[in-house]
Design a protein around this ligand. Structure first.
Ligand code: GAL
Length: 657
């Protein structure tokens, strides 16, 4: 199991480095990410390199037995680059240039940035490709975290090139629906990124620009990745995602380009459900890794610095967080960062080695975590398996979460999180899959709110149901095609047949309004007016607070359709959490998927030879929870059946009869 984090030795006097390495050894650190933000030091002037300090620290780390995830250092261009090439700086939708002085100040389409970053990656690979500390390459850092989209003239030209590769002018006009509001283009030269407009921008232009922008950053990554692969074919290449937190990169496309999927997650400490969001991010990451193990590249030991109020983690919380990531498929736990900075924008961010030094709660917990991870070596390589999947599409999120929709409240990301959370509460581990993926092995497949669906992906869902699957579709799914054009003749166009419903109108609720259904469920935000064609009504709209409630009464709210050998459910409102949990519990139960039945977060990892580890996380800091599973806790050696202590974690090596 990997344990460690970002190590920024350049922030500290060189005399302290041997001490850092000694402390890392004391804590059990075995992997550090070096050089993420050191471009300005490594290349102080164009083409002039100063590698001495990096040579010395890599040697020290190697001597200490600590592996290095070596960054290509291209996440933050140095000041000289933007002075020499001002058009490498990004521009926002209002036309404002973003200046250096923080980080990530580059335009993803800038040839200047791309040439300089690939050159640095090549130089580093030539110098360190054979270094004994090198374990993997870390390209860039959190691509798109601060500048997912750039609207400058260089980007505009690149966007036009991207469009020309996909459309002729007639197809562009047709796809973007430019007859509307007099937007017909007569030349590609007239096409711009969706800069700030007087009224709503053209939605398909915005969608294509989102696709283009994710692809442009991916090209930046690929440029560096390709030289690393050429020079060091045996060293895995990764870049850290922000799955489930930032939504601007289409990570399905990105995941195909990395050797190891890695992810960063920062918990909202003040949020009582922060740990559920953590599980969401980890599950999405496992989906990106195709179910294979992945690596938690960053999280925090305690407080971050970028929330309005940065509450530290409570004692024991870091351990629960780290081990939850491991439970859900991570091959270790890395952090930002090794040693808390004393200067700079992140000086109030926690670290493995806090400002208080080693005589501190955080340090003692770090040492304990290092020891725990050391005991989990045999878990590496095992995988989490599930019989329930949620279909996730970044493109669909981009298309849905735009102004000028029936309701600004009907957001895909909230719906995804709510359905995942309901399954979390039921104790059902869920996989995330891409639209069109092979879902034939899942007992239940869910689309919490998948607004944009292509015909090809729709057919995959229809075949799944016909051959015996259970499909559960949430409101505002299958409404538009990949061009963001409505599928006509009744909602949800693409899924109308498989669901056996035909909806005519969306009837959103106002802020704070609730409705009740005939089965006692409660809903908010969204309703639909229509009828069933072949489905049966499981619950009808019953009551509400506005004029529409009367007209909707008796009309279908939750439906079930039998098609071929399978079943397709439709939920046309946003159910409140208990109602959603009840419904999904019923559907999964009928499909033969059992919940955990205990108030613990339970996740299993298994090897192909059958060796199985049950991670049990007790989020209740006050009460122990009995767990009736036979085995031994790898962390303490305690025999089970036994109890999971308050706020504790056990990793039971399960005895198979
Ligand atoms: C991440 C980033 C790190 C650090 C961290 C702070 O987004 O990759 O460099 O800034 O956040 O939480």
């Amino acid at each position: 199991m990997f344990f460690g984090g970002d190590y920024n030795p350049e922030q500290w006097p060189e005399q302290s480095w041997p001490d850092d390495v000694a402390r890392m050894r004391e804590a059990g650190v075995n992997l550090v990410t070096v050089g993420v933000f050191s471009w300005a030091l490594l290349e102080p002037a164009e083409g002039r390199y100063e590698f001495g300090w990096l040579d010395r620290i890599l040697d020290l780390l190697a001597d200490g037995g600590i592996g290095v995830d070596l960054a290509t250092a291209t996440a933050s261009p140095p000041p000289w680059l933007s002075v020499a090439y001002p058009d490498s700086l990004p521009v926002d939708a209002d036309g404002h240039r973003l200046w250096p002085g923080s980080r990530q100040a580059y335009c993803p389409s800038s040839p200047r940035y791309r040439t300089a970053s690939v050159r640095l990656a090549r130089t580093l690979a030539e110098r360190y490709g054979g270094h004994r500390a090198l374990r993997m390459w870390h390209v860039g850092n959190e691509y798109g975290c601060h500048v997912p989209r750039c609207y400058c003239d260089v980007s505009a030209e690149a966007f036009r090139t991207w469009l020309r590769e996909r459309y002729d002018l007639a197809a562009l006009n047709e796809t973007w629906g430019t007859r509307f509001w007099s937007q017909e283009y007569t030349s590609f030269d007239q096409v711009l990124p969706p800069r700030r407009t007087p009224a709503f921008s053209n939605p398909t232009q915005v969608l294509d620009f989102a696709r283009f922008s994710s692809a442009e950053l991916l090209d930046c990554y690929r440029g560096e990745r390709d030289v690393l692969r050429e020079l060091t074919p045996d060293v895995p290449v990764t870049t850290n995602f922000m799955a489930g937190m930032h939504w601007e990169m289409d990570y399905w496309a990105w995941a195909a380009e990395v050797d190891l999927v890695s992810n960063d997650h920062y918990i909202r400490v003040h949020d009582p459900h922060g740990h559920v969001n953590l599980a969401f991010s980890a599950d999405v990451t496992r989906g990106l890794a195709g179910g294979e193990p992945w690596l938690l590249m960053e999280h925090s030991t305690s407080a971050v610095n970028w929330q309005p109020r940065n509450v530290p983690k409570t004692p024991g919380q870091m351990r629960r967080n780290s081990l939850t990531h491991v439970a859900r498929g991570s091959e270790g736990a890395l952090f930002f960062q090794w040693r808390a900075s004393k200067a700079g924008a992140e000086k109030y961010h926690s670290a493995l080695l806090p400002h208080a030094g080693t005589d501190s709660r955080i340090w003692r917990e770090v040492v304990e975590l290092g020891s725990d991870l050391g005991k989990l070596a045999e878990v590496t390589g095992s995988v989490v398996s599930s019989t329930v999947a949620i279909v996730l599409s970044w493109e669909s999120v981009w298309a849905q979460e735009r102004p000028s929709q029936p309701s600004a409240d009907m957001t895909a990301t909230d719906e995804l999180a709510a359905w995942h959370a309901a399954l979390w509460r039921l104790g059902i581990t869920v996989d995330f899959v891409a639209p069109g993926a092979d879902i034939s092995g899942y007992r239940v497949v869910m689309l919490p709110s998948l607004y944009l669906l292509s015909g090809v992906d729709r057919d995959v869902l229809a075949r799944y149901v016909e051959s015996g699957g259970t499909l559960v579709v949430g409101a505002y799914s299958g409404v538009v095609d990949e061009r963001d054009h409505i599928v006509l003749d009744g909602y949800p166009g693409a899924l109308r047949e498989v669901l056996g419903v035909r909806m005519e109108e969306f009837v959103p609720l106002l802020d704070g309004q609730t409705i009740t259904l005939s089965d006692g469920s409660a809903g908010r935000v969204w309703r639909e007016f229509g009828r069933v064609t072949t489905a049966e009504v499981i619950a009808a709209y019953a009551d509400g607070e506005d004029a529409w409630s009367r007209w909707l009464a008796g009309h279908p709210a939750i439906t079930r359709n039998t098609r071929g050998d399978g079943t397709a459910w439709y939920v046309s409102t946003r159910l409140d959490p208990p109602s959603l949990e009840r419904l999904l519990g019923r559907i999964t139960g009928e499909a033969g998927v059992a919940g955990s039945g205990v108030p613990l977060e339970l996740v299993r990892r298994s090897h192909a030879d059958g060796r199985t580890y049950l991670f049990a996380i007790n989020h209740d800091e006050e009460g122990a929870v009995p767990l009736d599973v036979a085995g031994v806790d790898l962390l303490t050696g305690a025999d089970f059946p036994g109890e999971v202590p308050p706020g504790g974690v056990v990793v039971i090596k399960v005895v198979t009869p």
